[in-house]
Design a protein around this ligand. Structure first.
Ligand SMILES: Cc1cc2nc3c(=O)[nH]c(=O)nc-3n(C[C@H](O)[C@H](O)[C@H](O)COP(=O)(O)O)c2cc1C
Length: 662
């Protein structure tokens, strides 16, 4: 057994955890208005249990609708009609040998809701109109009165409401237990109600529910007691909280230790997360960004573990089974919990246990998953196209006729199409015009924060090498070649080329293009001007800064891509606010000269000195070349950037979906 500590079962009360790898709480954000979870939701959680996780937690089950919900379409445990749906999730997880847990939450002053004309209270339709919705709906309640809270006025929660909510936590736990859940997870972290009350800076109430440490502890302890009364002695209670809020205004690890000591022995697992989701700096710590090291938050669990007897769980940026084994073997935690990694590869536990670590699809920490919970309220993963489509993925697609499939282009989409078509038994020829697989993103292979991307491309290349795929490198697919190969199906996955704007001086010796500079960063001078503030330009600037360069980003639009904050983009914000990075928004480059660039914005014309000028002005799809292949085979599909340059998820998802259909 390569990971003896990681796979040592753990018995707690009535539950037996088959190993130490838990799927951390993840909410499902499209529960229908009738409060019934969809079959997709059941399949999502069940998939993790099937992959070998010891416990799977359904995130964000709200204990009181009227005051506690922060998002539309969350599971509301007060509603007794949830039973069939909850039971379906619980049994979906349990029948695969995992423990199902329900995370109990109340949003407190960050609740957002609307009142429908029929009088029912429901979550606001979008985070952005949250303030308006508080006008439409009822009041917001937190530990103390705040005139201008983030989502409007916050009223001090009256004692009778506190007592009612304590009771609701208990009842919700009993409800989850009766639906077949084997554990409950109390959400006491990340800024929600219980952490608002435990926080010494937020909870300055003058009555017995706030002020002193003892008073700040009163609500969390009362909630634990209420749950215990409702679920009995042997039913495991996991308590999740932030070991440190890791922000200028939040509490630190010393306070986290004190809190853990106060709940020690009263709960069965102390689950140590970090950060506060209402703080832009700190939310990036709750969900560590790709710019942070693996296991960055383990230190908080490790410190707490020194001071308590209750088993401790750690979470955050865990991907590598060896690191997980080491965390447990070294006594820094008893359990590891995986969030985003459980989407990237729900089979991680089984793969680690059976010596297939090489085949683990490691999370890029690109936050595509979180972004989709906000935009389409469904979970997706950039590199695992099955997420969101677990029910579809489970249905085998045997082929009725073995086809000859030609895939033109060995980038992200092409590789996925070849793998999926070959797995189904088609004869696949994959042609790539360069000498390696991976496409344009290979240029970032030495960038430390793109390490996982590079590993993902390597894994796809390994899958291709192992599959019966006829791989032809250094082979450009022309219509002549395509016709001569007599394919039944052609996938055009030809990618895109950098867009070069028509600026005077663009052909100067000091001008290069982003992918070229990524591949040869040593060619950059000390001062670099980056034309274009999209994702590519921004990340290039961050990379160049780590190499000691001074960088100026010039963006034509009034905002950078990161100004429209998503979680990944919040991580950029922090890194861009450095003295050696200057940003000019709403600014055009009118000329490139040997000494730099001439720019124009509302303030007039000005010059920026630069040794190197980099073009990061987007990509142009190779549409003409792709369309030229359309009549070279009976079936023809265009996928990925050669249709419209987009994100990784677009290419993987199209490739997987279409290759499952051919
Ligand atoms: C899609 C998604 C949904 C999440 N939903 C919840 C939730 O409902 N409740 C919660 O406590 N944490 C939630 N989290 C946070 C995770 O449980 C975890 O703490 C965080 O992602 C850091 O772990 P990771 O680096 O392994 O992803 C969510 C995370 C993701 C990625």
């Amino acid at each position: 057994m390569k990971y003896p500590h990681l796979f040592e079962p753990l018995a707690i009360g009535s539950a037996v955890f088959r190993n130490r790898i838990f799927s951390s709480p993840q909410g499902y954000y499209n529960v229908a208005k009738d409060n019934l979870p969809s079959l997709d939701e059941v399949a999502y959680y069940e998939r993790k249990a099937r992959g070998g996780f010891a416990s799977v937690t359904v995130g964000d089950c709200i204990v009181e609708d009227e005051t506690g919900t922060h998002y539309p379409f969350l599971l509301r445990l007060e509603d007794r009609s949830t039973l069939p749906g909850l039971a379906a999730i619980a049994s979906g997880v349990t029948r695969h040998g995992a423990v199902a847990s329900a995370e109990l939450n109340h949003a407190g002053m960050y609740a957002r809701f609307v009142k429908y004309p029929d009088g029912s209270v429901y979550g606001a339709d979008s985070m952005k109109n949250a303030a308006a919705s508080t006008v439409l709906g009822g009041n917001l309640y937190g530990p103390v009165y705040i005139e201008n809270g983030k989502y409007g006025e916050v009223l001090e929660m009256p004692e009778e409401m506190i007592l009612r909510i304590i009771d609701k936590f208990g009842k919700a736990a009993a409800w989850a237990k009766s639906a077949g859940f084997g554990m409950v997870t109390v959400h006491g972290g990340h800024g929600w109600l219980l952490s608002q009350f435990m926080s010494p800076t937020v909870n300055t109430r003058k009555d017995r529910w706030g002020g002193s440490f003892e008073n700040c502890m009163r609500l969390p302890l009362a909630v634990i007691e209420s749950i215990r009364k409702n679920v009995g002695k042997n039913f495991p209670i996991e308590y999740r909280f932030s070991g440190s809020e890791a922000s200028a205004t939040g509490y630190d690890i010393d306070y986290g230790v004190k809190f853990a000591q106060a709940i020690d022995g009263k709960v069965d697992i102390i689950h140590v997360s970090a950060g506060d989701h209402e703080d832009d700096h700190s939310i990036v710590i709750t969900h560590p960004s790709m710019f942070m090291e693996d296991g960055i938050n383990v230190k908080y669990a490790a410190e707490i573990k020194k001071h308590v007897k209750t088993p401790v769980a750690t979470v955050g940026a865990l991907t590598d089974p060896e690191m997980m084994e080491d965390i447990i073997a070294s006594g820094r935690a008893d359990i590891v919990e995986l969030g985003r990694q459980s989407l990237a590869d729900p089979d991680l536990p089984t793969k680690a246990r059976t010596g297939r670590e090489d085949d683990i699809n490691k999370c890029l920490r690109c936050n595509t998953c979180l972004e989709h919970t906000g935009s389409i309220r469904s979970l997706r993963c950039a590199t695992n196209p099955e997420i969101g489509f677990e029910r579809d993925a489970k249905i085998p697609r045997p082929i009725t006729e073995r086809k000859r499939v030609l895939v033109a282009g060995g980038g992200i989409g092409g590789m996925q199409a070849a793998i999926t078509a070959a797995e189904r038994g088609h004869e696949v020829i994959l042609c790539e015009k360069s000498d390696k697989l991976g496409g344009v993103l290979r240029c970032e292979q030495d960038v430390p924060f793109k390490k996982r991307l590079h590993e993902y491309l390597d894994r796809q290349a390994r899958r291709i090498a192992k599959a019966p795929i006829d791989l032809r490198l250094n082979t450009e697919v022309t219509p002549e070649l395509a016709r001569s190969l007599n394919a039944d199906v052609i996938f055009a996955a030809l990618g895109a080329v950098p867009s070069i704007p028509p600026i005077a001086g663009i052909n100067g010796a000091n001008v290069t293009e982003a992918t070229a500079l990524y591949a040869a960063p040593e060619t950059a001078g000390a001062n670099v001007a980056v034309i274009g503030g999209g994702l590519v330009g921004i990340e290039l600037a961050i990379y160049l800064r780590t190499l000691g360069k001074t960088v100026t980003i010039i963006e034509q639009l009034p905002t950078l891509v990161s100004d429209d904050a998503g979680m990944h983009l919040l991580a950029h914000d922090e890194l861009l606010r450095q003295p050696d990075i200057t940003i000019h928004r709403g600014t055009s480059v009118t000329e490139i000269t040997p000494s730099g660039v001439t720019c124009r914005n509302d303030g007039g014309e000005f010059k920026i000195p630069a040794d190197t000028v980099v073009i990061a002005a987007g990509q142009s799809p190779r549409r003409t070349e792709a369309i030229a292949l359309h009549n070279c085979a009976p079936e023809f599909y265009q996928i990925g950037d050669c249709v419209t340059p987009h994100r990784i998820i677009t290419a993987t998802s199209q490739a997987w979906t279409i290759a499952r259909d051919v």
